[in-house]
Design a protein around this ligand. Structure first.
Ligand code: C2E
Ligand code: MG
Ligand code: MG
Length: 760
């Protein structure tokens, strides 16, 4: 606060008068300054007040001022001193004389008081002014602190991203979005440069992917924006389009006006730059925005720095990890990793109830090869073997190198032991090709031992040991072969393979044949139908029962062509019988689930019916109960199409599946075949009898015909007759017969029956 002086508090009502003047009538409070020099009025003589004039009404001013001593103060005299002098002199006013001795004015108690008041008022105003400023500042501070909090949140978001990803692109996207939001900008972009200064990443906010695509090339930073990098400095422009260094926008670029660009740099290295364009409010960017952007860019540079470092660390760790778990020669997992994976696979297989195959593979005569061609050739050979092994397995299988020429294969989730045998065979075939190493063509074989979880063992160690043992047997058994650990499996699988191999030739070698078994109406004793049953007389294996080879054909995918052959042969034969005059003979053909589900099935049925000329109503397809029970949309659609074609459908081996009545009702079927397992003991076992009765009742309630298969005795036939079963099929009447014999039977039986009916 300024200290008030006499000069600041001059009394306003001072009238300059001359010595010889007589006091006039003047306004209250007027002080007269009396001067001697009439010309220039410079010689000050003293002050006279109203009180002086009232005391001596007839005196002129000279008299009034003359008789008393002159008190005076300087303009710089303090207020307190002035008051002191006033009190001391008893005067109403004191003249103020400057350093040159000139009269400046007068001070009175009132003028001093007024000065004080005025100062106080102005102080008050000043205080108010400052208070207002303080309030504005407070508000600004609040806003600032809120934005700083946002900045902090955004920076933290960067760190979070960093913790979860080393993908720079991700990180930058988060950054640019956070910053654009923070600065309330319409558009934002971050460009990152590599060490050579080339733009390697460019992410944007506020511009959609399609827009960005239309814009095309990201700015290369040669013009205005290059300055940010080159000089490591911020740029803030109200209208960047008017700036001489502005390169101008490419054609499809959204128009942008105000710009804030800051470098992303740390410890002297410039990583890139951040641009922000157009505040949402339409105002230009402020210094405060610039500060925030700089601070954010700084955080970003630190994060990028860390990200690079982390990437290095991860890379280093990954390569260490690789060394510890992979074989450096072949790149395959080593023993440690293989065993880890096996343990994991066993846990999963245990939970899901599936099989795991473990294979031990040892190259035959590797040592000799090594000695003959040298170690580097040996290494080359091992690499080729590794590649071939990998080519033989599926994704999810593991091929590992245990040591030297020993490999381990793990096949999790195999369905059948046959699958393991197939892979083993595939490996031997793949390894049988010559291996080109250096200038040589090296031949190598291998012995493989296979153990299975859970068939052979339940834990890792046993499985490995058993596979090793099996491999040893394979070596002893003449090398270049595979062996299961359990001998029974070897036999089973080998037989399966033999059947499969022989079956592949069966069709072309005409080894397949159909036998026909009559289906007889119980009431009339007439032959009303015939079931075609497949027979295979294999050149290699002799007679093989359909119960054995049909599952193999299903698995190997051969059931489709074989089934088609059956259908075509049976339909053609049916037509021949029809032409012979055996009208009304239904021909039943077994159709396996896989065959039925084949997308071409219905089309094939239709074309076979057309070719053979058999009326569709004479054809009956025997489907299994499980096929219908698992039926999804396509199966139901196929059944409906069959109904449209007028082809009949019966359910074979009924009672062995778990048919739900409600589902059964939905299917367009015409007959149930009671499975022979219930028929066999129907007269001995009360449960079987009850089941057979229930099936008959059920079938009739659904308006289906019921046929009993496997009827061998009169007692069984009697039971069926008693309970209203419609038809029967079984050895009691006839075994399945070759076509000529069946035709002969027809002539005999059918003829008699038809004649009998006609006669009756
Ligand atoms: P399935 O369809 O239930 O055929 C009835 C089986 O019972 C036939 O065996 C038949 O010879 C036999 N059988 C008939 N009467 C008696 C009897 O009184 N007592 C006894 N113990 N058995 C009798 P097969 O011919 O060995 O056929 C076995 C299964 O193979 C058939 O059972 C059928 O599921 C399947 N199959 C046969 N031929 C074909 C075919 O062409 N395609 C398809 N997908 N499966 C076929
Ligand atoms: Mg059948
Ligand atoms: Mg059956």
């Amino acid at each position: 606060m300024k200290l008030l002086k006499a000069g600041d508090c001059l009394w306003p009502q001072v009238r300059r008068v001359l010595e010889e003047e007589r006091p006039p009538h003047a306004a209250e409070g007027t002080v007269f300054a009396v001067f001697a020099d009439p010309g220039r009025r410079t010689k000050f003589c003293g002050l006279a007040s109203e009180r002086d004039i009232a005391a001596h009404p007839n005196w002129i001013f000279a008299d009034l001022v003359e008789h008393r001593s002159l008190y005076e103060v300087k303009p710089s005299t303090t207020l307190a001193a002035c008051l002191g002098w006033l009190r001391k002199s008893g005067l109403e006013a004191l003249p103020v004389i400057d350093a040159a001795g000139s009269f400046v004015g007068a001070v009175t108690q009132a003028s001093l008081l007024r000065g004080l008041l005025k100062q106080e008022r102005s102080l008050l105003e000043e205080a108010r002014h400052y208070a207002a400023i303080a309030e504005t500042e407070r508000r600004q501070l609040e806003r600032w602190s809120a934005r700083l909090t946002e900045l902090q949140t955004a920076s933290r978001a960067l760190l979070t991203v960093l913790a979860h990803t080393t993908l720079e692109k991700n990180l930058l996207q988060v950054a640019v979005e956070a910053l654009t939001k923070l600065l309330e900008a319409r558009y934002g972009a971050i460009g990152i440069l590599d060490k050579a200064g080339a733009l390697v990443e460019f992410v944007v906010a506020g511009i959609s992917d399609e827009e960005a695509e239309r814009i095309g090339e990201a700015p290369c930073g040669k013009g205005l924006l290059g300055v940010v990098i080159k000089e490591d400095t911020a740029i803030r422009l109200e209208d960047l389009t008017t700036h001489p260094q502005s390169a101008g926008f490419p054609p499809n670029h959204p128009p942008m006006k105000s710009l804030l660009a800051v470098p992303v740099s740390h410890a002297g290295r410039v990583y890139g730059r951040v641009y922000l364009c157009d505040k949402v409010s339409g105002e230009p960017f402020t210094a405060e925005d610039e500060l925030l952007a700089m601070s954010f860019a700084h955080s970003l540079s630190l994060v990028l720095d860390n990200a690079h470092e982390m990437e290095e660390i991860l890379k280093a760790r990954a390569s260490l990890d690789h060394l510890a778990h992979y074989d450096s020669l072949t790149g395959l997992p080593n023993r440690v990793l293989a065993i880890d994976r096996l343990k994991l696979a066993l846990t999963q297989a245990h939970r899901q109830g599936c099989r795991v195959a473990v294979m031990f593979l040892d190259l035959d005569n590797f040592k000799q090869t090594n000695d003959a061609f040298g170690h580097s050739a040996g290494d080359g050979l091992l690499k080729i073997v590794a590649q071939r092994l990998l080519a033989c397995v599926r994704e999810g299988d593991t091929v590992a190198r245990l040591s030297g020429d020993e490999f381990l294969l793990m096949l999790p989730d195999i369905e059948d032991i046959q699958d393991a045998a197939t892979v083993a065979q595939k490996i031997l075939t793949a390894l049988a090709l010559p291996c080109p190493v250096d200038a040589h063509q090296i031949f190598i074989g291998a012995s493989i031992g296979v153990s299975l979880f859970p068939d052979d063992a339940a834990d890792t160690e046993d499985l490995l040991r058993f596979a090793d043992t099996a491999m040893f047997h394979a070596k002893q058994g003449g090398r270049n072969t595979w062996q299961f650990f359990a001998p029974a499996m070897n036999e089973r699988v080998r037989h399966h393979s033999r059947v499969e191999a022989a079956l592949r030739r069966a069709l072309e070698h005409n080894e397949l044949e159909l036998h026909y078994q009559p289906q007889v109406e119980i009431k009339s004793g007439c032959i009303v139908g015939v079931e075609a049953l497949l027979r295979w007389n294999s050149a290699a294996l002799g007679r093989v029962s359909p119960a054995e080879f049909i599952p193999v054909a299903e698995e190997a995918g051969m059931i489709v062509p074989i089934g088609e052959w059956v259908l075509a042969t049976a339909c053609a034969q049916g037509r021949r019988w029809l032409d012979m005059g055996f009208s009304g003979l239904r021909v039943a053909v077994n159709v396996s689930a896989r065959q039925f589900r084949h997308k071409d099935f219905i089309r094939r049925v239709r074309s076979i019916l057309e070719t053979s000329g058999l009326p569709p109503a004479m054809l009956e397809l025997e489907l299994t109960e499980s096929l219908l029970m698992d039926a999804e949309g396509d199966v139901i659609a196929a059944l409906s199409e069959l109904r449209l074609l007028d082809v009949r459908v019966s359910i074979d081996d009924f009672g062995t599946g778990y048919s739900s009545l409600s589902r059964l009702k939905k299917f367009p079927i015409s007959m149930l075949k009671i499975d022979q397992s219930f028929v066999r003991d129907v007269t001995l076992d009360a449960d079987d009898a009850a089941i057979a009765r229930a099936i008959i009742t059920l079938g009739h309630s659904l308006r289906l015909k019921v046929i009993a298969e496997g009827v061998e005795t009169e007692a069984q036939l009697e039971f069926m007759r008693l309970h209203g079963c419609n038809e029967m099929q079984g050895y009691l009447f006839s075994k399945p017969l070759p076509v000529e014999e069946f035709t002969a039977l027809l002539h005999k039986e059918r003829f008699v029956q038809v004649g009998g009916v006609q006669a009756g």
